[in-house]
Design a protein around this ligand. Structure first.
Ligand SMILES: Cc1cc2nc3c(=O)[nH]c(=O)nc-3n(C[C@H](O)[C@H](O)[C@H](O)COP(=O)(O)O)c2cc1C
Length: 144
């Protein structure tokens, strides 16, 4: 059974692309091997991550991520059974939540993932994807 889980957390240290790249470097491989797909949004001091995959696999991965000392204040935003993946193209895409981006400031002036519900957060993530703000390569080119 497939599920999608979304959580938010606060970065412990200053967020840098190098840090996120190093988080994702190993994880891309693990996720690919374990049929996990999703998006990791980062910026404004927070991580916002959507994880999709088999329920047991996602549950165990979330437990591991929760114990990771590189972030804190994890809150589970959303968890549902799904029949189709929403982020099936990516073993873990990365999207920027930068508040420096003019479009972000106009369209989402007060976006706070800690107070937004799951539906709104998914709309937000989809908007980032639609704006072409996804940085990482799709699964197909990784495998190829
Ligand atoms: C924001 C954030 C997102 C992460 N996303 C993933 C992920 O998608 N897949 C993964 O395997 N590990 C992810 N990790 C890393 C895990 O927390 C953990 O370090 C890694 O799975 C290795 O676990 P282990 O040291 O217990 O083997 C993430 C860590 C952080 C801080």
């Amino acid at each position: 059974m497939l599920i999608r889980l979304i959580y938010v957390s606060r970065a412990v240290d200053t967020q840098t692309r190098t840090l996120t790249n190093s988080i994702l470097h190993k994880e891309h491989y693990w996720n690919t091997q374990n049929d996990i797909t999703g998006v990791l949004c980062e910026g404004q001091g927070v991580f916002l991550q959507a994880l999709e995959g088999e329920r047991g696999t996602v549950t165990r991965l979330y437990a591991r991520i929760s114990a990771d000392s590189r972030h804190k204040d994890l809150e589970l935003i959303h968890c549902e059974s799904i029949t189709r993946r929403r982020y099936g193209e990516w073993s873990m895409a990365r999207a920027s939540l930068s508040d420096l981006d003019p479009q972000t400031r106009i369209v989402w002036p007060d976006f706070d993932p800690y107070s937004a519900n799951g539906a709104l957060v998914m709309v937000r993530i989809d908007a980032l994807i639609a704006q072409g703000r996804v940085i990482d390569a799709p699964l197909s080119s990784e495998n190829g």
